[in-house]
Write a protein that binds this ligand. Structure first.
Ligand code: NAD
Ligand code: IPM
Ligand code: MN
Length: 361
């Protein structure tokens, strides 16, 4: 198979984990005789410094030509005081919007050897396996007006959704539930927000198209509590943009580290941008110690969802499980015993397991 992949390394640990992704993609290509070509493009703070904008036209154009995209992370203290249009985060929001990547899939699955790496009790996190389906191109992040009022004494952010935007993401939630445990929890704040009231209406309207799925509604504050007290009560969560952002960082605690959580940002077809859930981690950037597994698990999602290479995807996922089973972990994972290794070493170990496991299958 021949495919062209655009890499958007970005800032902080972004380039470190993206380099890891490229090495693993190359190992997969070699093992399976695929030809993957790569092109690295500027985004975020790096793009601001080099080109004066967080999302150069040339980056958007390259992404539109690609078969899939891998993004590291954007942002950092260097640009925190910039005006809104010159913030690194604008680059990420811009590419999501330009490519219409409205469906952000964030699977949260614990690995056996990391059960005690979570600050939560083992019996609470054991067997947790859920998927957050986060709306990604609407809501508070994109509603207009969003401005600082002229008097300097007030500000406004707007939470806006069209019914059609709600319907397409809710349907993604139902479809995801159909191929999992057939349980959908729609998370909203319908006791207060108009947008959430419409969200609930839409869920109620479309549910008859998915009679095999059990659906319930939960308020976001209660969902936040339940996520860490009874995570196994969830299968698929579908929710609006900002609720999904917050709940997914919270859910990462189940896995032991934010450095473990992958994501796929998709539209209606198979095209996607694959990105770890975490950010640019300025506190550890440049030290070569970032956990690359969130990005490598995102690469597995890329192979599965955009290239339909299920065996290759599984091989990465089982290599990650094997590495953790052998006690290898990066510093962010508070695992008892085992061996703390850096980004490059972890990447090498994952590649070794990919090669060894593919030889035996
Ligand atoms: P963060 O996710 O960057 O870091 C939070 C904590 O988790 C830090 O202690 C960090 O060291 C740790 N961490 C995160 N990923 C890790 C990894 N792979 N390995 C080891 N440790 C890891 O969140 P933050 O500090 O709130 O944000 C920093 C910057 O990142 C901000 O500018 C923010 O806007 C940006 N951000 C970008 C993205 C993205 O590009 N997708 C996502 C979230 C935050
Ligand atoms: C994420 C990040 C982004 C978001 C930021 C950096 C704009 O937190 O991908 O989760 O809020 O979507
Ligand atoms: Mn986030």
């Amino acid at each position: 198979m021949k495919k062209h992949i655009v890499l958007l390394p970005g800032d902080g640990i972004g380039p470190e984990v993206t380099a890891s992704a490229q090495r693993v993609l190359e190992a997969i290509a070699e093992e399976f005789d695929h030809t993957f070509t790569y092109e690295s493009k500027a985004i975020g703070g790096y793009a601001i410094d080099e080109y004066g904008t967080p999302l150069p036209d040339d980056t958007t154009a390259a992404c539109k030509q690609a078969d899939a995209i891998v993004l590291g992370a954007v942002g950092g203290p260097k640009w925190d005081q910039n005006p809104s249009h010159l913030r690194p985060e604008r680059g990420l929001l811009g590419i999501r919007k330009e490519l219409n990547l409205f469906a952000n899939l964030r699977p949260v699955q614990g690995f056996d050897n990391l059960l005690h790496a979570s600050p939560l009790k083992r019996e609470v996190v054991q067997d947790s396996d859920l998927l957050i389906v986060r709306e990604l191109t609407g809501g508070l992040y994109f509603g207009q007006p969003s401005e600082r009022r002229n008097d300097g004494a007030s500000v406004v952010d707007t939470l806006a959704y069209d019914r059609s935007e709600i319907e397409r993401i809710v349907r993604k939630g139902f479809e995801a539930a159909q191929v999992r445990k057939k349980h959908l929890t729609s998370v909203d704040k319908a006791n207060v927000l108009e947008s959430s009231k419409m969200w609930r209406e839409v869920v109620e309207e479309v549910k008859s198209d998915y009679p095999d799925v059990t659906v319930d509604h939960m308020l976001v504050d209660a969902a936040a509590m339940r996520l860490i007290t009874n995570p196994t009560s969830f299968d698929v969560i579908v929710t609006e943009n900002m609720f999904g952002d917050i709940l997914s960082d919270e859910a990462s605690v189940l896995t032991g580290s934010l450095g473990m959580l992958p994501s796929a940002s998709m539209r209606e077809d198979d095209f996607g941008l694959y990105e770890p859930v975490h950010g640019s981690a300025p506190d550890i950037a440049g030290q070569g110690i970032a956990n690359p597994l969130a990005t490598l698990l995102s690469v597995a999602l890329l192979l599965r969802h955009s290239f339909h290479l299920e065996n290759e995807a599984k091989l990465i996922e089982s290599a990650v499980a094997d590495a953790l089973d052998q006690g290898y972990h990066t510093r962010d994972l508070h695992v008892k015993g085992g061996q703390v290794i850096n980004t490059e070493q972890m990447t090498g170990i994952i590649i070794d397991f990919i090669r060894a496991n593919s030889a035996t299958t």
